[in-house]
Structures are given as structure tokens and as C-alpha cells.
Design a protein around this ligand. Structure first.
Ligand SMILES: *Cc1c(COP(=O)(O)O)cnc(C)c1O
Length: 487
């Protein structure tokens, strides 16, 4: 329901009013009907609002104020690492030499850009403990798919065509099974034990000659560090499978532990999470993939190589899985991540992890008296609560999330992972102050108390937003409903 006094942009429309001025036409007019097949041409003019430049400016400014973003408020969206994006990243990414290069320029004219990519790869090799890194993949899920395609190419190069299964724990991020299927594998689920970690007996049961890989999200989506990784590595490697590390949650282990040292063969990172690329809202991402030596021949091509003191794009890679993205990855996001790594330095990156974990544990302990804590042990960068106590009072976790909107907070992730009843997954990140954490905690405590004394106020939330609860399925499937002007 729309609750605001401000008219819709369609309601402000006055026929004939225009907010733009275009220069005189100085090229011959083209007859579209000869150029584009008739069935693709629209039959009617689009029904666009007709408003002045000032009105359209106010329209978009008003819309932008309704949005949630890290720059406007606390955004504790578990598993998404919504941390502050330092503005120096933007300044560097906008430097002429980075912003105005063209991917088709000759190598000798873009040595600086190639050097930055090469250096970033070297930093990520060091951070992950792998032997080589590609920057081509454009997101975490794209990195997963890229890594799995390399694993597949590796097995096939060994004449091993029976390895068709990828093992995925039930606490994995949802993109893991999806990427495995898109890469042509079948998925097998391995259960979590009562401590929230991968059940080793169940892993032994499902592993076999048909295992291509185990994909592990670590820390897992419960915010828990998988304590038996070395045993898992033995079990999977012993059966001839490869180990895949979903490193999107690297904020919890950065500079403290390296997937390469734990026995992993492939890892992907999310530069748009851990390494402060802005994300959400569909901005470009970057999901570099690191591999051990055995898998290096299969890396996407071209790779950036250093020949004497020149950087070159090497296409001569006969076993490569090929190109997986036009050109060389989302260069602008890679510039931002490089700036972040260089401006933080090794000590800064260590502090990131320590503070991310400290902030999460602080919040978890302060909220534990008011919400159920399904796994009562130290968490890493995020933690899960259960709203099952509130559910008994008729207040669902969804209601709690909606009530948070009344206080200006973007709600945490809810109803995931699936194995926790009425799950609430909170990731504060290291960039938030104690005051911000305390304000949010106070609101969460207030909502827990409201659930007991005045459940309607939570059940009917949000009360302060421009629209109340939406039909979420309809909103996702049909984001634009045609506006009908009242006659
Ligand atoms: C975000 C995330 C992904 C997917 O990354 P995208 O860039 O959204 O594709 C994968 N795994 C984990 C653990 C994540 O948090």
C-alpha cells in the first residue's frame, strides 16, 4: 500500500511539459521500418511521464533517499559483507590512466593497467596461499563455476570421466550447488552435525570414485570455522577428488589462515565483499579464482605474464578452459581492490579480521539473552540467531526484519541457512563503530520485548516506510506494474 503524500511521477505528468532540450538534428533521418523488422517495432508511443527537469531531479533524489546502502545506514546482511567502501578506491579507479584505457589497446600502451592486474594477482596468491590467480570471473558464483570447470578439465585430462559428483554441505552458500549443476555436475549433500560443522561420517559415506570435488564454504554460513578441514582434505584427496574453498567469507580469516595451507586446490574470493568493491544493486563484481600448480594449465586465457620487464597477455595455453568473460575481468573493481590492499597494508588487513570477528561475537553475546542462540560457541565474522522463542508468541522472523525497517536498518539475512528454525543471520563487519553496534542491539532488544508485550506492532511493521508489506513474489517477478491514470 502506498502511504505517501508526494504524488507519483505519473501523477505529476502534464501533457507537453518537457525536461530536456536536444540539439538540432544534423544527420539524415533513418527509416526505422526498413532497418528493424516490423514485429520488433512498438505500435504505440511509450506512456512516459511529462515533467520538467527540476521535477525529475526531485523524483530521483526522493527515490534515492528511500534506498538502503552502506553509506546511509547499518546493513548487517549476513553472508554479504556489506562493509564500508573507502572513497579513495573511487578516486584511484577514476584516474585517467585507469578509467580511460580501452581493452583493445595494444599491450605496450597499457603496461600500467597490466602491471596492476599482475600485482593484484600476486597479492591474492600471497593472501590465499595458492600458486596462481585469475581475475577474469565477474562474481563469486562465476568464480565457483570457473573453478569447477578447471577441476572438470583436470579430471578429464587424466582420462577420469567418471567423476560426475560434487559434494556440498547443507550449510553451504546457495550458489555452490547451483554452480555445480551449471558446470555439468550432479550434487550430493553432506549433512552438518549438531555442532553446525560438516559431519565427517556422512562425508566418508558419500565420497567415492565418482567424486569430482568437495565445495566448502568456510567459515560456513552459520559463521562457524570448519574445525576438521585437514581430515576432510584427507578423505576427499584420498578418494581422488579435489577440494574447493568458497572464500567469499574471507573477512573472517584474512591474514590469519590460508586456504592453500589447509590443502585446498581451488579457491574463489569476492573482491566486492572482503576487498571493498561496492556491491548490491547489481554493480559489477569480481570473483578471482586461485589454484594450485596442478590446475594452472587450465586457467582461463589469456593470462597476464611478465616477459623480461614487459607485461603481456598470453593466449598460448592449449589446456585452458578458454575465455570466460569478455576482455580481462571487471577492471574497475580490481583497481579498487588493489587500492584497498595497498592502503591497508599487511597489519591493516590483519586488523580487519580481528575486528570483524570481535564485532560479531560482541553482538552475539549481547543478543543471546533475548533470542535463541542455536550454536553457543565463538563465531567468526557472522552469527545466527533463531527467532523460535518469538514465533511461540506469534511473531515471525520476517516480522522482526520488517520492524527493523522502522528504525532505518536494512534487515539481516533471514530464513537462511535452512537448517536453523526462524533463522536470523547477522554480519556486522569491522567498519562499524561500537556505538552503531550498540544502537542496533538496543533496537533488537526492544523488538524482542515488543514481541512479548505488544506483538501487533511487530506483526504489522513496517509503519514508517512509504509502502507497507509488498507481495514479494509479485514484486520480484513483475517489478514494473503499469500505472493506470485515473480518469
Ligand atoms: C556472496 C557469496 C557467494 C556468491 O557471490 P556472488 O558474487 O553474489 O555471486 C558465494 N558464496 C558465499 C559464501 C557468499 O557469501
Amino acid at each position: 500500500m502506498h502511504k505517501e503524500n508526494q504524488p507519483l511521477i505519473f501523477e505529476s505528468s502534464t501533457p507537453g511539459r518537457i525536461g530536456y532540450s536536444l540539439p538540432e538534428f544534423d544527420v539524415p533521418e533513418v527509416d526505422l521500418e526498413n532497418l528493424i523488422p516490423k514485429e520488433y517495432l512498438r505500435e504505440m508511443e511509450p506512456e512516459l511521464p511529462e515533467v520538467s527537469e527540476l521535477d525529475i531531479m526531485r523524483h530521483y533524489t526522493a527515490l534515492s533517499k528511500r534506498n538502503h546502502g552502506v553509506d546511509s545506514g547499518f546493513y548487517p546482511l549476513g553472508s554479504c559483507t556489506m562493509k564500508y567502501n573507502p572513497k579513495i578506491n573511487e578516486e584511484v579507479a577514476r584516474m585517467d590512466g585507469f578509467a580511460h584505457v580501452h581493452p583493445l589497446q595494444e599491450e605496450r600502451t597499457v603496461q600500467g593497467a597490466l602491471e596492476l592486474m599482475y600485482d593484484l594477482q600476486e597479492h591474492l596468491v600471497e593472501i590465499t596461499g595458492m600458486d596462481a590467480v585469475t581475475l577474469q570471473s565477474a562474481a563469486g558464483a562465476h568464480g565457483e563455476w570457473t573453478g569447477l570447470m578447471m577441476i572438470r578439465a583436470f579430471h578429464e585430462a587424466n582420462g577420469d570421466f567418471e567423476r560426475v559428483k560434487v559434494i556440498v554441505p547443507d550449510s553451504a552458500h546457495g550458489t555452490n550447488p547451483a554452480s555445480a549443476v551449471v558446470a555439468g555436475f550432479e550434487t550430493v549433500t553432506v549433512k552438518s552435525n549438531e555442532e553446525g560443522l560438516v559431519d565427517l561420517d556422512d562425508l566418508r559415506r558419500v565420497v567415492g570414485n565418482d567424486t569430482a570435488a568437495l565445495m566448502l564454504t568456510n567459515p560456513n554460513t552459520l559463521g562457524l570455522f570448519e574445525e576438521n578441514i585437514l581430515e576432510m582434505a584427507d578423505i576427499v584427496h584420498g578418494a581422488g577428488g579435489k577440494l574447493y574453498y568458497d572464500g567469499a567469507n574471507l573477512n573472517a580469516v584474512l591474514s590469519k589462515a590460508r586456504p592453500g595451507d589447509m590443502g585446498f586446490d581451488v579457491v574463489h574470493l569476492n573482491l566486492h565483499k572482503t576487498f571493498t568493491g561496492p556491491h548490491g544493486g547489481g554493480g559489477p563484481g569480481s570473483g578471482p579464482v586461485g589454484v594450485k600448480n596442478e590446475l594452472v594449465p587450465f586457467l582461463p586465457k589469456p593470462i597476464i605474464a611478465k616477459v623480461k620487464d614487459q607485461f603481456v597477455l598470453d593466449y598460448d595455453r592449449p589446456q585452458s578452459i578458454g575465455r570466460i568473460k569478455p576482455y580481462y575481468g571487471n577492471f574497475g573493481i580490481n583497481v579498487r581492490a588493489y587500492t584497498y590492499i595497498r592502503s591497508m597494508g599487511p597489519d591493516g588487513l590483519k586488523a580487519v579480521t580481528e575486528n570483524a570477528v570481535l564485532n560479531a561475537n560482541y553482538m552475539m553475546r549481547r543478543l543471546a539473552p533475548y533470542y535463541d542462540l542455536p550454536y553457543d560457541k565463538h563465531c567468526k565474522h557472522e552469527f545466527v540467531l533463531s527467532g523460535r522463542r518469538q514465533k511461540k508468541l506469534g511473531v515471525r522472523t520476517l516480522d522482526i526484519a520488517k520492524r527493523l525497517l522502522d528504525f532505518g536498518y536494512h534487515p539481516p539475512t533471514i530464513y537462511f541457512p535452512l537448517n536453523v528454525e526462524e533463522c536470523i543471520m547477522i554480519e556486522p563487519t569491522e567498519t562499524e563503530s561500537k556505538e552503531t553496534l550498540d544502537s542496533f542491539i538496543d533496537v533488537m532488544i526492544q523488538i524482542a520485548k515488543e514481541a512479548e508485550s505488544n506483538p501487533e506492532i511487530v506483526q504489522e511493521a513496517p509503519h514508517t516506510t512509504v509502502v507497507s508489506r509488498l507481495d514479494e513474489t509479485l514484486a520480484a517477478r513483475k517489478p514494473v506494474l503499469r500505472y493506470k491514470r485515473e480518469e
